[in-house]
Design a protein around this ligand. Structure first.
Ligand code: PAF
Length: 285
């Protein structure tokens, strides 16, 4: 496995691979690599891509300094994990290389209005500006590629897709299914911060989603059930929403068909998110 930290070397590497006929599969990460990331590496590999993974804890997407400080960092095991899961090139740029102005604001920020303002965006102002800006930079350096994102961060994937459409990046965004532990908890780098008791409470998110996934209901009924499940488990709910799977606009009770249910809550001071498809039935059926 090749390791690169220099931005120009990374750009040259990706360009050289394309010149040799390879398709580049980009997997952006913030490290603390786990089975969810491994599934993205495998998806890229099974598409025949040259797998280029980036590890960069992007401070611009944290609106809370203590959240940034607590974010898990496991550089040694990241290298092993990448190596054993088919990564061809691991890019670990420095903060100075990515954001030379930090902690001052960069003059250029990418904002995806609408999708980026809702849900996570409403609770974490500036979060998606930070995500879109860093992803735009990763795309600009990597060049034409397929980029792999986990559906665990469903809104992030929608924001990136919108940005790619609007700014005409030569990038195919590939969404990959959520990877869950055997108990149903969606795998996330933040899970290591949960106590044993917190972890069992956190299961309410996946259980609530599994419950509403079982039978069609109106958007309001789905929301009520989700709220009730999270409330009963003692999860401090940040939001529950049933929304259009592309724009994430909130669904109303006149809609029918497949939508996305998204939930967020805080357990042990750890922010948890999860989502799943749900079916909307007609109001009086
Ligand atoms: O999902 C993440 O780990 C991050 O938000 C990403 C996509 C690597 C951007 O920093």
């Amino acid at each position: 496995m090749q390791r690169i930290s220099d931005l120009e070397a990374w750009r040259d590497y990706a360009h050289a691979q394309r010149t040799q006929g390879r398709h580049v599969g980009l997997v952006p990460t913030m490290g603390a690599l786990h089975q969810g990331h491994a599934s993205l590496f495998r998806a890229a590999r099974s598409n025949g891509d040259l797998v280029l993974a980036t590890v960069f804890v992007n401070p611009r997407q944290f609106n809370d300094a203590s959240d940034l400080a607590a974010y898990p960092r496991t550089p040694e095991s990241d290298v092993e994990m990448a190596e054993h899961n088919g990564v061809d090139c691991l890019v670990e740029p420095s903060l100075d290389a990515m954001w030379p102005d930090y902690p001052d604001a960069t003059p250029t920020t990418v904002s995806v209005r609408g999708i980026g303002d809702r849900l996570e965006g409403a609770g974490r102002p500036g979060h998606f500006d930070g995500v879109a800006s860093v992803i735009a930079k990763l795309f600009a350096i990597t060049g034409p590629c397929r980029a792999y994102f986990g559906e665990k961060d469903y809104q992030q994937m929608c924001v990136v897709r919108q940005m790619v459409r609007d700014l005409a990046f030569e990038v195919d965004v590939v969404g990959c299914p959520i990877v869950r532990d055997v108990d149903g908890l969606a795998i996330s780098s933040r899970n290591v911060l949960l106590s044993a008791e917190g972890r069992s409470r956190a299961l309410a998110l996946s259980r609530a989603l599994a419950l509403v996934g079982e039978q069609p209901a109106t958007a309001s009924e789905h929301r009520q059930r989700l709220e009730q499940c999270l409330g009963e488990a003692g999860v401090a709910t940040s939001y529950v929403e049933v929304a259009d799977p592309v724009t994430l606009a909130a669904s109303n009770d006149d809609e029918v068909g497949i939508r996305r249910a998204l939930v967020a809550g805080v357990v042990d001071n750890v922010r948890l998110i999860d989502n799943a498809p749900v079916t909307l039935r007609a109001r009086n059926s």
